[in-house]
Design a protein around this ligand. Structure first.
Ligand SMILES: Nc1nc2c(c(=O)[nH]1)N[C@H]1C(S)=C(S)[C@@H](COP(=O)(O)O)O[C@H]1N2
Ligand SMILES: [Mo]
Length: 329
């Protein structure tokens, strides 16, 4: 039942990041005129099928998180409005684990998340390679129920568990030159077999301005629905920036670099006309290939209007005072 529903949503979707890549790769491979050297999605499915045969296909285990501070009232929501856990963990974008929505859950078992450490580099007084447990230890875990709006015009409501990114960054004493924060996903094609293809330039990279990073809404999530993150959702630690399109919320982070210059980011590098550095949810700025005025909440049958800053304007609109949000999209 649920599977059927998810698939029908997918068919009705606007042309997505996924379709864009498929089309781009089709163009690439036809340019190579039948050569088997064509890179991209066909290759991805065959190399994954090969691995599938040898690896055991149990889902990556999650464990319950305790002592979590419940979501404050402004981020609480009626339980019935939360996206069913099954949907949030089986309809994913994580191109390192495949480019269809079903691939990440299927391939998550390749990703090993213990041990895990995160490098904190650049404009900080106390840089270091920090084991995940050490990074988390000083901070209480908090629940935050946030809307997630993908640039492909679908959305969910997800109860995350994590720590505000700002609290974590402060531990390392950022210098006055720290104007931006750059993030990187793990690069290891054995664990993230999608990296054997050129779907994007790896590792996946994202970035925020320092004030965006310090905003209390910005979360480093380590769990969802009361448990640790499943691999497909970016285990063991990922970013959640609820007022921006989903692609800013980078998964499976191994490096955080504070720096003076605006960082290069994967989707912006892939196609800067379609995916901006800021990527604030904005119903008034269309994607070049579709409108962003409405969205399909996963599980709903009808579309709903998309809200400016995904409904978080009171908290974040001030960060962009004086900026032209059509040009800096
Ligand atoms: N490393 C990495 N992070 C990523 C992606 C990805 O492909 N790779 N996809 C992004 C996109 S497009 C979205 S919408 C969200 C989806 O998060 P979810 O699958 O947990 O809902 O993850 C983002 N983070
Ligand atoms: Mo997305």
């Amino acid at each position: 039942m649920l599977i059927k529903k998810t698939q029908s949503i997918r068919e009705n979707e606007v042309t997505s990041q996924e379709d864009y890549l498929r089309r781009r790769d089709f163009l690439k491979s036809s340019a190579i005129a039948g050569s088997m050297a064509a890179v991209g999605l066909p290759l991805l499915s065959s190399c994954m099928a090969e691995q599938e045969a040898t690896a055991e296909s149990s889902p990556s285990p999650v464990s319950p998180l305790s002592n979590v501070i419940p979501a404050p009232p402004q981020y609480s929501i009626a339980k019935s409005k939360i996206t069913p856990e099954w949907e949030a963990t089986h309809y994913n974008n994580f191109y390192e684990l495949g480019t269809s929505k079903e691939d990440p859950a299927r391939n998550a078992h390749f990703l090993k998340t213990k041990p895990w450490s995160v490098a904190i580099e650049g404009e900080v007084e106390k840089p270091g390679q920090v084991p995940l447990e050490t990074l988390l230890r000083p901070h209480p875990l908090e629940e935050r129920i946030y809307r997630l709006r993908c640039v492909e015009a679908w959305s969910m409501v997800i109860p995350w568990i994590g720590i505000p990114l700002g609290q974590v960054l402060k531990q390392f004493n950022p210098t006055s030159k720290a104007r931006y924060v750059a993030f990187e996903t793990l690069y290891d094609p054995k664990q993230l077999p999608g990296q054997k293809t050129r779907a994007l330039s790896w590792p996946y990279r994202e970035g925020l301005r320092i004030d965006e990073a310090m905003n209390p809404l910005t979360l480093l999530a380590v769990g969802m629905y009361g448990n640790t993150l499943p691999g497909q959702n970016g285990a063991p630690i990922r970013l959640v920036v609820p007022w921006k399109y989903g692609f800013k919320s980078i998964k499976s982070i191994v490096k955080i670099r504070l720096q003076e210059d605006q960082p290069m980011t994967s989707w912006n590098d892939e196609n800067s006309r379609e995916y901006g550095f800021y990527a604030n949810v904005n119903p008034e700025v269309s994607h070049p290939r579709w409108s962003q005025a409405r969205e399909r909440r996963i599980g709903d049958w009808t579309k709903r209007p998309t809200l400016p800053f995904n409904g978080y304007a009171d908290e974040v609109a001030g960060l962009y005072a004086g900026m032209d949000l059509r040009r800096s999209f």
